[in-house]
Design a protein around this ligand. Structure first.
Ligand code: HEM
Length: 409
């Protein structure tokens, strides 16, 4: 293994992809095979690599599918209680056993059969937005993919008016435009994130007060009516749940949707196959999520001295399972750099794995399927006509998506 034994005071960073990742962001490196090769090389040399992000504390990046699985399946040893926005967000910054109760509440409220009720609206939103965008010679599909999940999210929360999703869009963009390094535990960055979260928190407080006074038929009302430990959910708990949902519940889906457009444009044989066999769309969604993993890492911290992937880790150190790398690990996933919509089983981790596996996955999957169906219903073909740029590591959403399309006659 290339990695040196780690001395707490003299750590040499041995995670090199951070340097080459800029080429991925600028679009210079965009081939799946090239991205997989970056990870393969690093994983072969040092599967659990000390990483200096250039700000705040360093962390261990975990690159192998088996080690990522080990981390996320052991919340006692690898805790998620790493608050990044002030008060811990529920349930993502809470460990079991308390996590289990919050999670049971959310899983009861967001599941495939409950989400089905949104299918017709999702289809209407997707259809309307696509018709408008596809009328332009060089359609701006990024505006479509960013708007559908926002509108659906507002519907889920019982605020379907245009004014509401635009307000949430503004709050999200404001937080993003401040460019606070993702997941950094530098106290300055945490304070900056907390300050940037004030409008979101205030907005959630108003939603909670409104729904306490006037219950509706929406997720905010259902959360407030929930029980934890045999007692009612408090306003503070509801605030920390809603605040997380506003952070996690639309942009991830928007980025995944845009990533799926990139892959369908790059792979006309998959596009055509899905036209001919629409029943393959759900399996294609899983496979496209695997290669378009929008959150490449998520934070944990180690609660005890331990060994992982042959590396000594000390209690209190941060450990980041890299879902993006695990999803391209050819030692665990056959032909990992090839998109295969017949892949079975598909052990991807785009939604994470273990107790914190994405609570919103049923809604995300539904939106992605319906979006692809509506896209395929309108297009004969599409191709990229320029460079696709990406968000900054560790996020992967497309930031530029130049497309040429041929509409169905
Ligand atoms: C394609 C879209 C999405 C992707 C790729 C995604 C990805 C993820 C990932 C990787 C995690 C695991 C975090 C960890 O292990 O630390 C997660 C957790 C979570 N996601 Fe998503 N997400 C998506 C959509 C959504 C939506 C639509 C919602 C809500 C409506 C949502 C709500 C959550 C929540 C509440 C958690 C925390 C779960 C827990 O801690 O138990 N996500 N998501």
């Amino acid at each position: 293994m290339a990695s040196k034994s780690k001395d707490a005071d003299k750590r040499e960073p041995d995670f090199r992809p951070l340097e080459v990742w800029q080429a991925v962001e600028s679009g210079e490196v965009s081939d799946l095979a090239d991205i997989a090769a970056i990870y393969d090389e690093q994983r072969a040399g040092c599967p659990v690599s000390w990483t200096d992000p250039g700000h705040g504390e360093g962390y261990w990046t975990v690159l192998a599918h088996k080690d990522v699985t080990e981390v996320v399946r052991d919340p006692q040893r690898f805790s998620s209680a790493v608050p990044k926005y002030g008060d811990p967000l529920i349930p993502i910054e809470i460990d079991p056993p308390l996590h289990t109760q919050y999670r049971a509440l959310l899983s009861r409220l967001i599941n495939p059969s409950k989400m089905k009720v949104f299918e017709a609206d999702i289809r209407d939103y997707a259809g309307g937005l696509l018709d408008e965008a596809l009328a332009a010679p060089e359609p701006d599909l990024l505006s479509v993919t960013s708007t559908i999940p926002l509108r659906v999210f507002c519907l889920l929360l019982g605020t379907p008016d245009d004014e509401e999703w635009r307000r949430i869009k503004e709050m999200t963009e404001d937080l993003h435009n401040r460019r606070i390094p993702t997941f950094s535990t530098d106290p300055e960055h945490i304070a900056a994130r907390e300050a940037a979260s004030v409008p979101r928190v205030e907005y959630c407080k108003k939603r909670i007060a409104h729904r306490r006074a006037e219950p509706g038929d929406d997720l905010a009302t259902d959360i407030l009516a929930g029980q934890i430990d045999g007692r009612d959910v408090t306003d503070d708990e509801a605030l920390r749940i809603l605040s997380l949902l506003y952070l996690a519940g639309h942009r991830t889906t928007a980025n995944s949707m845009a990533g799926i457009v990139v892959e369908l444009a790059r792979n006309p044989e998959i596009f055509q196959r899905l036209q001919a066999e629409p029943e393959k769309i759900p399996a294609a969604v899983e496979e496209l999520l695997r290669v378009e993993t929008v959150l490449h890492i998520m934070p944990r911290y180690c609660t005890q001295d331990t060994t992982l992937g042959g590396q000594q880790i000390r209690a209190g150190e941060q450990v980041y399972p890299a879902f993006g790398a695990a999803n391209l690990d050819s030692t665990a996933i056959r032909d990992a750099a090839t998109i295969d919509i017949d892949r079975k089983p598909n052990r991807h981790m785009a939604f994470g794995l273990g107790v914190h596996v994405c609570a919103g996955a049923p809604l995300a999957r539904l939106q992605l399927r319906v979006f692809i169906e509506e896209l395929l219903a309108r297009l004969e073909s599409m191709e990229l006509c320029g460079t696709v740029t990406r968000e900054k590591w560790p996020r992967f959403g497309p930031t530029q998506l130049p497309l040429k399309v041929r509409l169905k006659s």
